[in-house]
Design a protein around this ligand. Structure first.
Ligand code: ASP
Length: 440
């Protein structure tokens, strides 16, 4: 049995948290590869080290004096080293290198990656594990995209004779050998890459919540936890706003069929959520989860006999493509089609898009609806249950929520509901209540 364990920033924010992590790793011999994030917030209002590093870069890039903020960052690490009592270990040399580099040729990704790098150095010393610099084993291609095949080949080889190691999260290197980071929260991706490279049995992702919840706890108080999720359900939920795991983190492990187990560093006795390729386990409720986001626009076009006009939808979509706007959903009727887009991407370009739709598709009418929220009700169990949609819409009607749009995904894994932004929270609560609290 081999496990890869990734710990998020709040799990490594100070020495106390580090000790919990040490206990978790030592409690299970099979936890052999460790992926740390940078130290996160210790308390409400505190700074994440990664944010401090980005601020340092802004100062250094303007040729300013960054010694104050570098000193603050150093203070965070020194306090961890001291609290752990790792005698003889220091980051003096590392901070000299950082100081020199930022004074001569400041690089944004390089400095941002130091949060994980330095935490990895401490973690390796604390556990007595080998340290592997992620820049030597994780690669990006000439377009700046992650290169899975090159990475997997080299990484696998490197791990083959290292039984236990710490590999910092969040970064790798580009074609020129320069450090390059993933997007924010990217240590989740690193953990997944390590799991694939070593053929792990499990990828444990340790954070500060006990897994995925059926609904967002900031909307529904104390929501139930989800025991098991499939990769596909996770994609739907995280795309629609559930933020426990980085969107792209499933791809490397999915490729190898390795399950992810989301766990809570502050409550290690809890089982957390399992994310698997496929499962015969029935979800506890008909739905697996609810997620959603505000801030969408719907662009409706109407044209008599649209259904008989070959290529009409393509031409409408081309107007969005020409303006670099990605499409969320496209429910259509006989003479109408609606394109749902992110308001933030669309607003600046709306008149250009309208002109392009007229030029390309020549509809009779174009109407725009704004302030729309989308809610995804996701569940592998919905396909085989009758009445699910009926229950959702009855619950919304009872909560006086007006439904503006419905789109059932062709996978029957989700039902997407459009409501007004102002009704968003009430709608989520009503759907949660009907499936979880009133288990008919
Ligand atoms: N430290 C990075 C961030 O704050 C990456 C991570 O934590 O996953 O985004």
């Amino acid at each position: 049995m081999k496990k890869v364990v990734k710990f998020g920033g709040s799990s490594l924010a100070d020495a106390e948290q580090f000790k919990k992590v040490g206990d978790i790793i030592r409690a299970d011999e099979s936890r052999v590869y460790v992926v740390p994030s940078a130290p996160g917030r210790r308390f409400k209002g505190d700074s994440k080290v990664t944010d401090m590093l980005y601020s340092l870069y802004d100062i250094a890039a303007e040729g300013g004096d960054f010694s104050g903020i570098l000193g603050d960052i150093r203070g965070r690490y020194d306090a961890i080293i001291e609290g752990l009592g790792i005698g003889g270990f220091t980051l003096d040399e590392e901070f000299d290198i950082i100081d020199r580099k930022m004074s001569t040729e400041p690089e944004k990704d390089y400095i941002a990656s130091r949060g994980e790098y330095l935490n990895g150095r401490i973690m390796a010393a604390y556990l007595g594990f080998e340290f592997i610099d992620a820049a030597e084993v994780i690669f990006f291609d000439e377009n700046g995209s992650f290169d899975p095949e090159r990475t997997n080949k080299i990484f696998r080889q490197r791990l083959s004779d290292i039984p236990r190691a710490v590999i910092p999260g969040f970064y790798g290197s580009d074609m020129d050998g320069k450090v390059k980071t993933f997007s924010r929260g990217g240590s989740d991706i690193t953990g997944s890459i390590v799991a694939r490279a070593c053929h792990a049995d499990v990828y444990e992702n340790w954070t500060d919540v006990s897994g995925f919840m059926v609904a967002d706890p900031s909307i529904v108080p104390n929501p139930k936890a989800i025991d098991t999720l499939t990769y596909r359900e996770l994609r739907e939920l995280s795309y629609m706003g559930a933020t426990v795991l980085h969107d792209e983190a499933i791809f490397p492990v999915r490729h190898a069929g390795i399950p992810i187990n989301i766990r809570n560093t502050n409550a290690p006795e809890e089982k957390g959520t399992w994310i698997v390729e496929s499962t015969a386990q029935k979800p506890k409720y008909v739905i697996t989860g609810i997620a959603g986001k505000k801030g969408f626009c719907a662009v409706l076009t109407n044209k008599a006999l649209m259904n008989a006009e070959i290529g009409y939808c393509r031409r409408v979509l081309q107007a969005f493509e020409e303006n670099g706007i990605s499409i969320e959903h496209m429910p259509s009727g006989i003479d109408t089609t609606t394109v749902v887009v992110h308001e933030s991407e669309f607003l600046d370009k709306e008149q250009r898009v309208i002109a392009a739709i007229h030029r390309l598709a020549n509809p009779d009418i174009i109407e725009i609806d704004s302030d729309l929220a989308l809610i995804a009700v996701v569940g592998r169990g919905m396909r085989s249950m009758r009445g699910t949609a009926g229950r959702i819409f009855a619950a919304l009607a009872h909560a006086s929520v007006n439904v503006r749009m419905i789109d059932q995904g062709s996978s029957e894994l989700n039902i997407i509901i459009g409501v007004e932004n102002k009704d968003f929270e009430a709608a989520v609560r009503a759907i949660y209540a009907i499936f979880v609290e009133t288990q008919l």
